[in-house]
Design a protein around this ligand. Structure first.
Ligand SMILES: [Cu+2]
Length: 347
């Protein structure tokens, strides 16, 4: 079976970010079509493990980008910031051949999955690509299992991420600053697949290494199922806020029953190394429009950690006022926080 992924999208990275097919879909594991529900392969209450154990092989290229940035991509010349969304199902293995086309030492280090020391991407373990070197990393995953004493071993499913761990320092600090990061999703069989995916990385004072108004504008049509993957990097604390949409603070972002105790939120901490994800229906209960997403640390949003989630009409046309809102955002001059507020004003 040929599991190599082909990314045929040659657009600029901003558009690639918006249109990028999920790795699962590109690999032909499951079609990614309008709100399609992935049908679990289990029957008669058997665990999905019977269908698990697939090993997929992909090649990732680490490349230098303009302005002293770096990125991961699925094709030569296709590197983006963030890198491609990598996906796997619990129980599967991802075998990644990392081609280092740069003159720097670098690696790829995952969160949330299982790996041996020679695949952890840390120089401490000698796990890295020397300049120009090609190296294979193996990421495994597992399903939840029941153990004795009503104890459950957690499965690997979650909204995780991957990043360099070797450039500049033994912690990959220089690679993270310059864009070597991306989302890793481990799904449980039966999980609902989205129509669109947006990766949002709060990296010090930037979003996907950009500041407003150059931050990505994510677009969807009213009612489309949108999956957000939020990741934190750098040395600052952040809070991710999305206007007019809410999600459940659980594994998927969706309540699973009328009595699901998960808290419903629209704002969540997004600190270095942490990640979460959720799905929402674009514009549900609020309608289309140019909605904001931003860091809710005020000094951060004021200095450029903000962007637009454009929810178009269901037919793809622009809703009233949306273009004006975008124009206002694009022309917006970010300035130091609250310069017009006098100290001791008592307000
Ligand atoms: Cu922030």
């Amino acid at each position: 079976m040929d599991d190599n992924v082909v990314n045929a999208d040659d657009d600029k990275q901003e558009h690639q970010q918006l249109r990028r097919r999920s790795l699962l879909a590109a690999a032909g594991v499951l079609g990614l079509t309008g709100g399609a529900v992935a049908v679990a392969t289990t029957t008669r209450g058997e665990p999905a493990r019977a269908a698990a154990g697939v090993t997929r092989k992909i090649t990732i290229y680490a490349e230098a980008l303009p302005n002293n940035q770096f990125g991961y991509g699925l094709t030569p010349g296709g590197a983006t910031i963030p890198g491609p969304v990598l996906e796997m199902y619990e129980g599967d293995t991802l075998e990644i051949t990392l081609v280092n086309t740069t003159s720097q030492r670098l690696s790829i280090h995952p969160h949330g999955v299982d790996y041996s020391t020679d695949s952890d991407g840390a120089p401490f373990n000698g796990s890295f690509n020397a300049p120009g070197e090609t190296r294979t990393y193996v990421w495994r995953s597992h399903e939840m299992t029941a153990a004795a004493g009503r104890r459950f071993m957690p499965g690997s499913a979650g909204y995780w991420h991957y990043h360099d761990h070797a450039m500049g320092t033994d912690h990959g600090t220089a690679g993270l600053v310059r864009g070597l990061y991306g989302a890793l999703i481990v799904r449980r069989r039966g999980d609902i697949l989205p129509d669109k995916q947006f990766t949002v990385v709060f990296n010090d004072m930037l979003i996907n290494n950009k500041a407003a108004p150059d931050t990505p504008m994510f677009e969807a049509n009213l009612g489309q199922r949108v999956e957000w993957i939020a990741i934190g990097h750098g040395s600052l604390f952040h809070t991710f806020h999305l206007h007019a949409h809410r999600w459940a603070d659980n594994r998927t972002g969706m309540l699973e029953s009328l009595t699901d105790p998960s808290q419903v939120i629209d704002n969540k901490d997004l600190n270095p190394g942490s990640s979460f994800g959720f799905q929402v229906l674009a514009g549900e209960a609020v309608g289309p429009g140019a909605w904001m997403y931003h860091c809710h640390v005020q000094s951060h949003s004021d200095t450029g950690m903000a962007g637009i989630f454009l929810v178009r009409n269901a037919d793809g046309s622009m809703p009233p006022g949306a273009q004006e809102a975008i124009d206002r955002f694009k022309g917006h001059q970010h300035k130091a926080a609250a310069t017009h507020v006098h100290e001791g004003s008592g307000s």
